[in-house]
Design a protein. Structure first.
Length: 192
């Protein structure tokens, strides 16, 4: 009968090294907040140049800042970071969003997150953050924007997109300048 002691000892040593590794990781965070979407893209790229990567985005009303887009960037101090380029799209027109998103996809930009940003004129813009790692080969991405005011229509359109090989990325409810509300979903697939 073989002893299981070596196996148990190996398992314990492996789990101990994982704990030590997790305990030694340290993270730096950078919070970006602005009421101008044009400023946010500049700040995203400045943070990326300093080694930070996009983590999450949210738009809304802050206690003191008013209506802002808030982005959290993160840097793992114990890992080498690869700088990225970021692009922020913001529009209240679905057709413009689809056009700009596809142009970014043609350049190899990957979807990272989306939110609603309320503009100074009272419209609510869908804002999307895209990332392109520097030095990476360009992958062509086909994006699809599905926007409708009816959830039953959204179900049908999402299923059709899924049947075509599109992967769901995110959804928000936006309000157009003329006062209508739309559910806006973003999907992608890689193409040659």
């Amino acid at each position: 009968m073989k002893s299981i002691f070596p196996i148990l000892l190996f398992a314990q040593l492996s789990s101990s090294s994982l704990l030590v590794s997790a305990e030694t990781s340290r993270f730096d965070y950078r919070v970006l907040a602005t009421s101008k979407t044009s400023t946010m893209e500049k700040e995203l790229n400045e943070a990326a140049d300093a080694g930070y990567a996009f983590s999450n985005v949210m738009g809304g009303q802050s206690a003191f800042g008013g209506k802002e887009v808030l982005v959290v960037m993160v840097k793992n101090r114990s890992a080498d970071s690869q700088a990225s380029r970021y692009k922020l799209l913001a529009t209240s027109k679905t057709s413009t969003l689809a056009k700009e998103l596809q142009e970014a996809g043609d350049e190899g930009f990957e979807y990272r997150g989306q939110t609603i940003f309320e503009s100074a004129f009272g419209g609510k813009e869908v804002s999307i953050i895209l990332e392109q790692p520097k030095g990476s080969g360009k992958r062509h991405i086909t994006y699809k924007v599905v926007a409708t005011s009816k959830t039953s229509t959204m179900q049908k359109e999402l299923q059709e997109a899924g049947d075509e090989g599109f992967e769901f990325l995110g959804v928000v409810v936006g309000k157009t300048l003329i006062g209508g509300s739309e559910v806006v979903s973003i999907l992608k697939k890689y193409t040659n």
